[in-house]
Design a protein around this ligand. Sequence first.
Ligand code: 0O2
Length: 267
Amino acid sequence: MEIQLWREILDPYTLAVDELVVKFNHIISEYRQVGVYSPIEQVTGRVKTISSILEKAQKKNIDLKNFEEKIDDIAGIRIICQFVEDIYKVVDIIKRRSDMRIKTEKDYINNMKRSGYRSYHVTVYYRVETLKGTKEIQVEIQIRTLAMNFWATIEHSLQYKYKQNMPEHIRERLSAAADAILMLDQEMSLVRDEIMDAQNSFKVKANIVADILTNIQNLYKVANKAEVIKIQDDFFRIYQMGNQEELEQFSKQLDIISERYHAQSLR
Ligand code: 0O2
């Protein structure tokens, strides 16, 4: 067998993970910029360690000559959602993208694993460009709720600790915890609309405040100082009253004043 140059082999996987984390985080920003609830809450990524690759190859009897083809989670992305419904929205988002091609889908949410594990797995082909040229690699995207992630993280550590010999009483506890997680997700789904409304209005308010403060800062550079100080005092007064409609109205008026001074394009 030829010598495996691990660093060179794994380098495009690192690039893919880095790019995809940026891309999924950008989706979160796009939703937030327009004040709409994002089905993605958090994104993380990792490249499997060499020892973990070797372990999996040994466990599954995979020839190291073609481990890149046979092990499809060398590059892994984990997308965390707040609600189960969001998971399917994220799957749709992935399916609509032109920069990744679906290889397989595994729905461990409707088909929970015997361990109690729940998650939606999508394996995609993704192209990266390196100095050596284009390489199409496989990336496993795991999509799960915050609650499912909590369970999976704890269970993964215990699996690691006990290997194949997890004591029966711990297995039972994990199974009971998996049932509780299922119920928690169902309960949360029932109040999803209310939670989303509350979070949306919080984000909308944060966006308005950010716009107002940017406008005030830009005006400070070009307008009469006394006028800008008055605008700032008015803002604090309206902000303290806590009425979002008035805040929106104030922001619109400020846009008009800024336009007059051509202050909006100032940085
Ligand atoms: P790691 O350390 O997370 O990378 P199979 O043997 O067919 O069941 P396969 O082919 O690897 O497993 O695919 P599967 O079942 O979709 O699992 C892929 C990954 O999902 C695993 O990678 C885990 O990350 C996660 N996973 C699957 N089942 C469980 C489970 O019961 N508990 C937890 N905590 N995670 C699970 P790795 O390489 O096994 O592990």
